[in-house]
Ligand binder design. Sequence first.
Ligand code: ADP
Ligand code: MG
Length: 241
Amino acid sequence: MTNAPFVVMKAVAKRWNGQLGVEDISLDIDEGSFVALLGPSGCGKSTSLRLLAGLEIPDEGQILIDGRDVTTSAASDRNLSMVFQSYALFPHLSVAENVIFGLKVRRVPRAERAKKMKRALQITGLEGLEHRKPGELSGGQRQRVALARAIVAGQRLCLMDEPLSNLDAKLRNSVRKDIKKLQRDLGITVIYVTHDQTEAMSMADKVVLMKDGRIQQVGTPDDLYNRPANTFVAEFVGAPP
Ligand code: ADP
Ligand code: MG
């Protein structure tokens, strides 16, 4: 038996009133890999991610996650989590409560919640901060809470949309490393949206470079840099002419 890719997008299109969102997106993603969706603002990265999350319904094409059609499976059955640039934490809840919230939504039995929460805080380096409110944390710590929440229920796929863009340059570097380590240690699949080519090239196993709603090239960072498919790719990644 051949191993089907973990995530499959087949000729996916999404338009708004005839206006282009994304067009003809076909993509295979292996389980346990780190894939970056890269491209300039408005090229369709977030739309692609929202389609993968089942938050948008494609006009054309099909999306399978672990062999299941995203559009026909219930949200709670989609074994995935999302991390956004705005951390979307509840300001009135503590770190622990923010992380546990996702477990309640997923109907994880009460007895297991505290254990899973503690483990997630340990993995993300937040031990000792469980009683703080988001307002009492640094930007980097807040983003770690968002990461803890994303992994706490054992989701195998994590979708991240520009998760570092609210952090200053120094923090960005350290959280970038945290995310990579998390992905490797847990063996989860990450699909990571960014407009920052350095971020994509340094983190991803596979980069999907988009422009105007379409994929320009899919390849390793080395492929894009040394074998760009067209001049747009070459210019975007700053490859030698
Ligand atoms: P990116 O994340 O790469 O910056 P988006 O996926 O957000 O790009 O947007 C891709 C295109 O789809 C843009 O032209 C954007 O204006 C359009 N778009 C995205 N969401 C909507 C929406 N809800 N309604 C109308 N147009 C949208
Ligand atoms: Mg976006």
